[in-house]
Design a protein around this ligand. Structure first.
Ligand code: UD1
Ligand code: CA
Length: 462
């Protein structure tokens, strides 16, 4: 989408969000895998250059600024929240005065970039002082109501608290998304006065001020109200999350990804998935995860901030966190790639195997019941069931290195720091504490002794 040099934006994100009943500022709450205010900025940045975006912060200002630090937008601090009109007014010293200004609320995360573009177009072509987005709701409770003038332009926005019984029946509501002639905005926003009932300065009152001065305000009525859902409490947060996730799975399906029972699947906005990958029900694919083509992600698996190459199978009920999995590898079912692992091409990690900070070589196998931590495991290694790297001595973590084509027998205890050189064998049930040289067999257990007739003797005595 094209950025418009004549356009600027103000995003209001200073409010506490009392109705959330949270210790955390409302705009920091997440839906669809990112904070509400991030969604609003993503949509705004499609039309407005970041240097022309001002974010009003207040409640937990430091956290909101930190979250948005990588974006080159500007910030204004509203120390006391005296209402949406006050929040805009305090931007006067830094906000651009030319062209049009978009006014956006940080608690409306579903607004799309294309709807912003339509609003800007309507404002540019309509010749009104301002254009605002409205929609019809069957249950308009909580929103400001749109009062229409006889000529069908917008006469006023009446807040729920101030509305008469008759006005409460109006189904057309204010989305809180406006595009306004910047000169008129700065001419009139300072003239807003506190609402007598609440003491807050309402941005919405600017409509009446503009009209009184002979200007006209238009509305862009959206058919689909889901885009302008304002999050005031957690029930709406869950609804926004559901809608964002449905949008994401829909887009992926349109792009050639198979998703079964998509309504049970949670995929964060930034996730990328390649063509012909099949995603099972009840999966979660989170953060900055990137999945290649022709993969299978089995039911119930959770993948976070990881990179999965092409042709990988992550079967049912696996967890993969901050790890890389190369082409053709097979993970699961029931595997845990806890953190910072690198599974090379064609390797197999089976059920109840945990990997932590481990590089697992090409074609290597650990099919059942193992813990491999802080280790570098070569190509073609076979890790028997029950193998454990003892990487922690109670104070420090230590490294285990296993060379190519090593065979580690079942139930081996590998006490780190440890080097097991290429092509060696570890006998089952061994406790290995010292270097194992190339091609050697290491036995680290006591020899079996059989006592013939022992049971017969025991029986005779009793
Ligand atoms: C507002 C509108 C209402 C509209 C609704 C749409 C006003 C007076 N009312 O009501 O017409 O239907 O949004 O969702 O504008 N904020 C600040 N500083 C403040 C107050 C608020 O930055 O002093 C921010 C909040 O963080 C929030 C946004 O402005 O992101 C909206 O504030 P909120 O209190 O949620 O307004 P509503 O009552 O929902
Ligand atoms: Ca709101």
């Amino acid at each position: 989408m094209q950025q418009n040099v004549n356009l600027s934006a103000i995003v209001l994100a200073a409010g506490r969000g009392t109705r959330m009943k949270s210790r955390k500022a409302k705009v920091l709450h997440q839906a669809g895998g990112q904070a509400l205010v991030e969604h609003v900025l993503d949509a705004a940045e499609a039309s407005v250059p970041p240097s022309r975006i001002t974010v009003v912060v207040g409640h937990q200002a430091d956290q909101v600024r930190a979250l948005l630090a990588s974006r080159s937008c500007n910030f204004v601090t509203q120390t006391e929240q005296h209402g949406t009109g006050h929040a805009v007014a305090i931007c006067e010293s830094i906000a651009p005065k030319d062209g049009f200004t978009l006014l956006l609320y940080g608690d409306c995360p579903l607004l799309s970039a294309s709807t912003i573009a339509s609003l800007v177009k309507a404002q540019q072509q309509g010749g009104f002082a301002a254009t605002l987005i409205t929609t019809m709701l069957d249950q308009p409770d909580g929103y400001g109501r749109i009062v229409r003038a006889p000529d069908d332009s917008v006469a006023a926005i009446v807040e729920q608290k101030a509305a008469t019984e008759e006005q409460k029946k109006i189904r057309e509501i204010n989305s809180g998304i406006y595009c306004i002639d910047s000169q008129l905005l700065w001419q009139f926003v300072g003239k807003l006065t506190p609402n007598p009932a609440s003491g807050e300065i309402y941005l919405t009152d600017i409509v009446e001020l503009l009209r009184a001065a002979g200007h006209r305000v238009a509305a862009l009525v959206l058919d689909d109200p889901s885009e302008i859902l304002g999050i005031n409490q957690r029930i709406e947060l869950a609804e926004a999350d559901r809608i964002l996730r449905a949008r994401k799975t829909r887009q992926l399906m349109l792009d050639g990804v198979t998703i079964f029972q998509p309504e049970t699947v949670a995929i964060d906005s930034a996730v990328q998935v390649g063509q012909d990958t099949v995603i099972g029900p009840f999966t979660q694919i989170l953060g900055k995860t990137k999945i290649g083509s022709d993969c299978t992600i089995g039911a119930g698996s959770v993948i976070r901030d990881s990179v999965i190459a092409d042709n990988v199978v992550v079967s049912e009920y696996c967890f993969v966190g901050t790890s890389t999995v190369e082409t053709g590898a097979r993970i699961g079912p029931f595997s845990r790639l806890r953190m910072e692992n690198h599974v090379e091409a064609g390797a197999h990690v089976g059920n109840f195997v945990e990997l932590k900070k481990t590089r697992f070589g090409a074609g290597a196998k650990a099919m059942h019941l193992a813990y491999l931590g802080d280790s570098v495991i070569g190509a073609g290694v076979n890790i028997g069931a029950g193998t454990i790297t003892c990487n922690y001595d109670g104070v420090h973590k230590h490294q285990t290195n296993i060379g190519d084509n090593v065979f580690v027998g079942s139930n081996s205890t590998l006490v780190a720091p440890l080097n097991i050189e290429a092509s060696s064998y570890i006998a089952a049930g061994s406790v290995i504490t010292d270097l194992v040289p190339t091609d050697a067999l290491a036995l680290g257990r006591s020899r079996q002794t059989n006592k013939p007739g022992w049971v017969t003797n025991k029986r005779r005595k009793s």
